[in-house]
Design a protein around this ligand. Structure first.
Ligand SMILES: [Cu+2]
Length: 358
């Protein structure tokens, strides 16, 4: 049949492509060269103590470097704030859309680059394997990632939700106050912007966490991971990864955000979650999920994008779906990119890999 002839022709065509070149792109765009020396993104729990310390030091270094783009992000005083600020500015365009995970992939890439080039971090951005932490059976407060010396510090002290403050209700919340220990207390670190979607006003305040062990234990489990990775095409994958802003289905994205941020913590704030340095490790694990999904069938999945351009517009009532040529940007932090340029983590300009990603 024509179909099978066509596919054997494609197979033949693919087989002459050298193994060193990136996966061919059926849309005809140049996939670019494969990079030679990818940086390794390691599991936080597998870093040595001294590596853990140098990582949080590099984050503090970024938080102490003066902002470069105050014209674009007037509320940002540090380089760290600038990343936070771009997420605030674009918060209403990058969630519950087709490009959600791809935009965040690009965002992490720029952050990793800043840590490496401006603050002496030598490796790739580490990831937080929350599924392993939950599976360990240890209490959340005891997880290594929350260690006060070799981690990100822990939960905030218990706080009632202040009267009149509207918050996302997170069952089982246990904290809400300022993080009292670790490298990111007010002695060394402030969340520079927020609350709210305004990156024009600087508002240095303490980092808050509001752990919900109930939320992490329910959501951050292998079953949810497998369900996300088991989706057959990008549109379904991306939607299942992001899940819903409710607890109707198990949710690895929200599980990390609200398990740590609860109702009052920074991680639970859709605009301001990058104010918590743990945001980047959480999202790196989500990027790892994305790569896991892509790797299952690179020929098809590397070039598959879809999903709404506008927030929650899954029925395409406001507009269409994103395509390979859909453009995203990181404001002043890095140039405009088309989605297809960000799909293959092995190409030049991306150039990273995940340790133990099998
Ligand atoms: Cu986000």
């Amino acid at each position: 049949m024509l179909g099978s002839k066509l596919s054997s022709f494609l197979l033949l065509a693919l087989s002459v492509v050298s193994l060193a070149s990136p996966t061919p792109d059926p849309s005809g765009r140049s996939a670019g060269k494969r990079c030679e020396d990818p940086v390794e993104r390691k599991n936080w729990n597998k870093l040595s103590k001294s590596e853990r310390k140098s990582f949080t030091k590099a984050v503090l270094c970024l938080a102490n470097k003066p902002a470069k783009y105050r014209k674009h992000i007037p509320g940002a005083t540090s380089r760290y704030d600038e990343f936070h600020g771009v997420h605030v500015q674009q918060g209403g365009e990058i969630h519950f859309v087709g490009h959600f995970i791809i935009w965040h992939r690009y965002f992490l890439l720029a952050y990793e680059k800043a840590l490496r080039e401006e603050c002496g971090w030598k490796q790739g951005l580490p990831y937080w394997d929350w599924i392993a932490d939950v599976a360990s059976g240890d209490k959340m407060d005891d997880w290594e990632i929350f260690d006060s010396e070799y981690g990100f510090g822990g939960n905030g002290p218990w706080m009632e939700i202040p009267e009149g403050q509207e918050v996302f209700p997170v069952p089982g919340r246990t904290g809400g106050g300022c993080v009292p220990d670790g490298p990111f207390t007010t002695k060394n670190f402030h969340v520079g912007l927020g609350p709210g979607a305004n990156a024009s006003v600087s508002n240095p305040h303490c980092l808050r966490r509001d752990f919900s062990p109930e939320i992490v234990e329910y959501n951050l489990v292998q079953e949810t991971w497998d369900e996300v990775v088991g989706q057959s095409d990008y549109g379904r994958f991306a939607k299942r990864l992001e899940a819903e802003p409710s607890w109707g289905m198990k949710n690895i994205h929200g599980g990390g955000h609200f398990g740590v941020g609860g109702s009052l913590g920074d991680m639970g704030d859709a605009y301001n979650s990058p104010g918590d340095p743990l945001f980047y490790l959480h999202h790196n694990n989500l990027d790892r999920v994305y790569w896991e999904w892509q790797k299952k069938d690179l020929k098809k999945r590397l070039w598959d994008v879809s999903g709404p351009i506008h927030m929650f517009d899954y029925a395409n009532q406001k507009g269409g779906n994103v395509t390979l040529d859909f453009e995203i940007n990181l404001g002043p932090l890095s140039g405009t990119r088309k989605l297809w340029e960000l799909l293959d983590i092995r190409r030049e300009g991306m150039c990273y890999e995940f340790e133990d990603s099998d």
